[in-house]
Design a protein around this ligand. Structure first.
Ligand SMILES: *Cc1c(COP(=O)(O)O)cnc(C)c1O
Length: 240
């Protein structure tokens, strides 16, 4: 079980520090087991539902990358923490209406999985030269069409569409492991999909995979970006 997050009287969250240290050790161990360098791995701490103060605490502990999955919450936190030079990753389902707003504070959008969302990043008459954002195509590794992500057989078409915008720098693929399958097998499929993507865009070498419960398996299958929440933050408060 993950310990509850509670601030002691000195205002310093020792639990947070200890959990972060333990996950960092776990990542180093996983890298060793996979015969990879930990330098190849970017830790994104998923801070959804947690207050901006927790994100500030993480930044003080050396965290550089954070992940959020709801636009309004992410926008508010990024504004409140604008004095920190954090890299914000948007990892949640995105509405095309919100895409241009997300681009104002997020540096990376990891959940590109619909034509309408991708197209929303393209230049418009009102904004002919929009800023470029980093992007990952999200892949659905389950058989459930209601889960986020494009079907594996549709990845190439989505990649072409992303590249056609001219405003998304394609970094690679992102996925969440299915609940009803050994994560390593699913991450192995993602790795083969990543190989296909690189046939189309050699620079798209990144693989965002692995959460609190399965990041060691993701590292074994070539993940470059780990999205870890509860193992570091403690249990999430209920959504507001
Ligand atoms: C919440 C979330 C995570 C983090 O999950 P934990 O199990 O808390 O580590 C990672 N990726 C996505 C897309 C998420 O929504």
């Amino acid at each position: 079980m993950v310990a509850e997050t509670r601030l002691p009287s000195d205002g310093h969250d020792h639990g947070l520090e200890a959990r972060l240290a333990s996950v960092r050790e776990g990542i180093a161990d996983a890298a060793r087991a996979a015969d990879r360098s930990p330098d190849e791995l970017t830790l994104i701490v998923v801070t959804k539902f947690h207050p901006a103060s927790l994100v500030r605490g993480l930044a003080a502990l050396g965290v550089t990358d954070v992940g959020e999955n709801r636009h309004q919450e992410a926008q508010a936190k990024a504004a409140e923490l604008a004095d920190l030079s954090l890299t914000w990753h948007f990892i949640g389902q995105l509405q095309s209406k919100k895409a241009r707003q997300v681009r104002r504070y997020a540096h990376v959008v990891q959940s590109l999985d619909r034509d309408s969302v991708v197209d929303a990043f393209a230049p418009t008459e009102a904004e002919p030269e929009p800023p470029v954002i980093d992007g990952f195509v999200q892949v659905n590794l389950t058989d459930d069409p209601d889960r986020g992500g494009v079907r594996p057989e549709d990845v190439e078409a989505m990649v072409e569409r992303v590249l056609a915008t001219g405003t998304i720098r394609l970094r690679g693929v992102m996925a969440v492991a299915p609940l009803d399958e050994a994560p390593r097998a699913a991450f192995a499929r993602l790795r083969r999909i990543s190989d296909r993507v690189r046939q189309l865009e050699p620079a798209a070498t990144d693989i965002s995979a692995g959460m609190s419960g399965d990041y060691a398996d993701a590292v074994l299958e070539g993940a470059t970006h780990l999205r870890i929440g509860t193992a570091i933050t403690g249990n999430r408060p209920l959504p507001a």
